[in-house]
Structures are given as structure tokens and as C-alpha cells.
Design a protein around this ligand. Structure first.
Ligand SMILES: O=C([O-])C(=O)C[C@H](O)[C@@H](O)C(=O)[O-]
Ligand SMILES: [Mg+2]
Length: 418
């Protein structure tokens, strides 16, 4: 099964004005769709970030992978390493520091997923079976709440409405839980003063008793603020995600707060694991195959976490159905991934590049697609429309901060900020 062609297609889809520590989401989110085609005519799908620096590397690597067998992932990794070479950064910084290894892993992941899709199709089995088989039939996801404006400035309000205070967030959670059946809740913080976000968590706890809650300010707080918030929320949080920047800071906070700390910012590549474990900085790692080097490498990281007593959850950016399928196969095959995963799916409001039917939410969980490979089919008309949107939207690099400063010129994305 030799790779004969790879199509790399950047796409854009509408994104609501979701607020975070970096600023606010722009009206269009970017992704890159990768389609690998073999000499036998089988094709496989991958999905990754759409920022131009990364997209350029994905395009260069796609050419270099022609002629490689879809099983030869070591050879693919070597070729991609030789091409990526330097550190490819993103502007928002919400997934922590860029390193050379992470830059390579991010490019490799899209091709690895596409090759697993092909290998599953060739063997007539779902990708979960290539990762060790399912330990759960459906993967639970959390309701991912955001502070948000009613709509993008100058545009129509979106169907989610504004959420700028505890009552707005409780309404948002009710809507997402009613539509998707989610059984746990994550709040994206780092937007308002910490005491306002503490009040929001308390309002959510009162409105949804017994539902596990998480708060993630993306490193917007100092060590002192993080300790105060952690102590104030004793008994209210399943975990506190990235309250403060860096492994040393997280370690100081972890020693003083009652709940585990989670991260998708201070441990984002294998070299971060030894110092974080030695410093007891985290209790929960958020996996994300898009930057941990694909599904198989993420499984290896999961096994390491099990050895060292770290729990697992899963991180998400704005994404489409190819990613949701890949995340679901990985989580279904990972025994120690016991926390509900994050997903932006509700915010994409039905827009997708995959044909409807294969992915659905039942009681807040996505049943593992049964079809061979990832179990999802490319909707070529939707892909063409979203590619046109990419060409027309004028955005080539996600930049939440500059977009926010158009409306709030004094906005600072400094972390820590409080
Ligand atoms: O820390 C996190 O969970 C994220 O970075 C998730 C997303 O990037 C989210 O914060 C966003 O898109 O604004
Ligand atoms: Mg996070």
C-alpha cells in the first residue's frame, strides 16, 4: 500500500466569538484536510491546524511522503523531521510553547491518522482495533462553556447568545446539555477577574449538582492567585486546568490546592514529562493527538502516564468531524483516559467536511464509528465550499489577540494577567 498522492486542502468555517485569555475567536476558524491515496486506490483522511506556517510544512511533507508504504510510519517520521527542521509557532499560544519536536509531531499526526484510516479500511476494521481495541463503546465529552459575545461585532447574533456572567453561562450549559446530553462541564476562563470566574463555577455547581466541573484560565493567573482560586473552589472542581504558566509555577500551586491540576500548556511534548513528574506539577494530562504525534504516539504517552500515576483527559481546538472521529477512536482504546474529553463540536453548529451519520452524540458521548478505518466519509461538496471560504475569508493565521484589540484596543493577552 504505497502512497501515490496526497491532497492538502485548507478550509475555513464559521466560528462564534468565544472569549479566552488570548482574546476572542475570529469569525472564521481554519483547518487543513489531508487525503492520502494509495496505489491500490484506497484513501485515508487526516485533519490538522490551518495556520499558514504549519500548512506550508504540511504541504512540503505531503510531497516527500509519496512512494512510502502506509505502514512505514518510522520512515514517514524521519522524512517529516528532515523537512520541518525548525520550530513552527502559533500566535495564540494556548497549547503552550512550540518546540522542534512538537512542530514535527504536529505535522506527522495528520498523515499518521490518514494512514491508519487506510490501514483500517484495508483490514476491514475500525481504527480503534489498530490501537488495541475498544475499552469503551462510546466516548464521553464535556460541555465546553465559553464566555462569549452575542455575535461578532457588526454581525447578527448567533443562536448561542451572549454569556458574560454566571447566569449566561448557566443558560449556555443548559442548552448544551439539553442538545447533547453532556454529563460534565468545562469552563474556559482567563477572561474576567478570577473572583468572577469563581462565582461562575459556584453558580454552575448549584445549577448542576453532582456534575463534574473544570475551570481552565489558560495560565492567566499568578501562583498566588491560582492558590487562592484553588482553595476557594475546594470541593467544586474535578480538576483545575493550567491556572499558571510553566512547570515550576504549576508545581507550587499543586502543593497548595485541594484538587489535581491538569494541563495542555506546560506539558505538550515528551521532553516536558520528566520535569513535570519530578516536580509533581500535574495530576492530569490532556492528550491531543494533533500535537502529540498522532494516535499511536498518544497511546504511548498514555501508557507512560499510567506508569507515573497521571490521569488523562483530552484537549480540543475548533475542529471538524475527521478530528472528532480520530479523537473518539483514540479515547475508546485508551483504558486510563477516564475523564470526559473536550470538544468544540457544538460551536461548529453542524458545519462539517464529513458526511452526516457516522458521528452522533448519545447522552454526551460519541459511539465509536463502526465502519472500517475512521468510519467517516469526506463530503466533497462541503470540502469545496469550505475551501472557497478559506480563500475568501482573508485569515491565514489564527490571531485571537489582534482581533480582540480591534474592539478593545487596551486588551492585553499577557499571561499571567491576574
Ligand atoms: O487550553 C485549552 O483547553 C485550549 O487551548 C482549548 C482551545 O484552544 C480554546 O481555548 C480556544 O479555542 O479558545
Ligand atoms: Mg486547557
Amino acid at each position: 500500500m504505497i502512497i501515490r498522492q496526497i491532497h492538502v486542502t485548507p478550509v475555513a468555517f464559521r466560528d462564534p466569538p468565544l472569549l479566552n485569555a488570548a482574546g476572542v475567536h475570529e469569525p472564521w476558524a481554519l483547518r487543513t484536510i489531508v487525503e492520502v491515496i494509495t496505489d491500490e486506490g484506497l484513501s485515508g483522511l487526516g485533519e490538522t491546524y490551518g495556520d499558514l506556517g504549519h500548512l506550508t510544512k504540511v504541504r512540503e511533507c505531503a510531497e516527500a511522503l509519496v512512494g512510502v508504504d502506509v505502514h512505514a510510519t518510522n520512515e514517514m517520521y524521519a522524512r517529516i523531521s528532515a523537512i520541518v527542521g525548525d520550530v513552527v509557532t502559533d500566535m495564540h499560544g494556548l497549547t503552550g510553547a512550540a518546540t522542534q519536536e512538537k512542530s514535527i509531531d504536529r505535522v506527522f499526526a495528520a498523515f499518521e491518522v490518514a494512514c491508519l484510516d487506510i490501514r483500517g479500511k484495508a483490514a476491514g476494521v475500525p481504527v480503534v482495533d489498530l490501537l488495541g481495541g475498544r475499552v469503551r463503546d462510546a466516548v464521553p465529552y464535556s460541555a465546553y462553556l465559553f464566555y462569549k459575545w452575542a455575535g461578532h461585532p457588526g454581525g447578527e447574533p448567533d443562536r448561542f447568545g451572549a454569556a458574560l456572567d454566571p447566569a449566561g453561562l448557566v443558560d449556555q450549559a443548559s442548552m448544551l446539555i439539553k442538545e447533547y446530553g453532556f454529563a460534565s462541564i468545562k469552563l474556559k476562563g482567563g477572561v474576567f477577574a478570577p473572583q468572577e470566574e469563581v462565582a461562575a463555577i459556584i453558580a454552575l455547581r448549584e445549577a448542576f449538582p453532582g456534575v463534574p466541573l473544570r475551570l481552565d484560565p489558560n495560565a492567566a493567573w499568578t501562583v498566588e492567585t491560582s492558590i487562592q482560586v484553588g482553595q476557594a473552589l475546594e470541593g467544586s472542581l474535578q480538576y483545575l486546568e493550567d491556572p499558571t504558566p510553566g512547570i515550576p509555577g504549576m508545581s507550587k500551586v499543586a502543593a497548595e490546592v485541594p484538587m489535581p491540576l491538569a494541563t495542555n500548556m506546560c506539558v505538550v511534548t515528551p521532553e516536558h514529562l520528566p520535569p513535570a513528574i519530578a516536580a509533581r506539577a500535574i495530576g492530569v494530562l490532556l492528550l491531543d493527538h494533533h500535537y502529540w504525534g498522532g494516535l499511536v504516539r498518544s497511546s504511548h504517552i498514555a501508557a507512560l502516564c499510567d506508569t507515573f500515576g497521571l490521569e488523562l483527559s483530552m484537549h480540543s481546538n475548533s475542529h471538524l468531524g475527521i478530528s472528532l472521529a480520530a479523537m473518539t477512536h483514540l479515547a475508546a482504546a485508551t483504558p486510563n483516559l477516564t475523564h470526559a474529553c473536550d470538544t468544540h463540536t457544538p460551536w461548529q453548529n453542524g458545519q462539517d467536511v464529513v458526511a452526516p451519520g457516522a458521528l452522533r452524540f448519545v447522552d454526551g458521548a460519541v459511539p465509536v464509528p463502526d465502519g472500517p478505518g475512521l468510519g467517516v466519509e469526506l463530503d466533497r461538496d462541503a470540502l469545496a465550499v469550505m475551501h472557497e471560504q478559506y480563500l475568501a475569508c482573508g485569515i491565514t493565521e489564527r490571531d485571537d489577540t489582534t482581533y480582540m484589540q480591534r474592539f478593545e484596543p487596551a486588551f492585553s493577552a499577557r499571561r499571567p494577567r491576574w
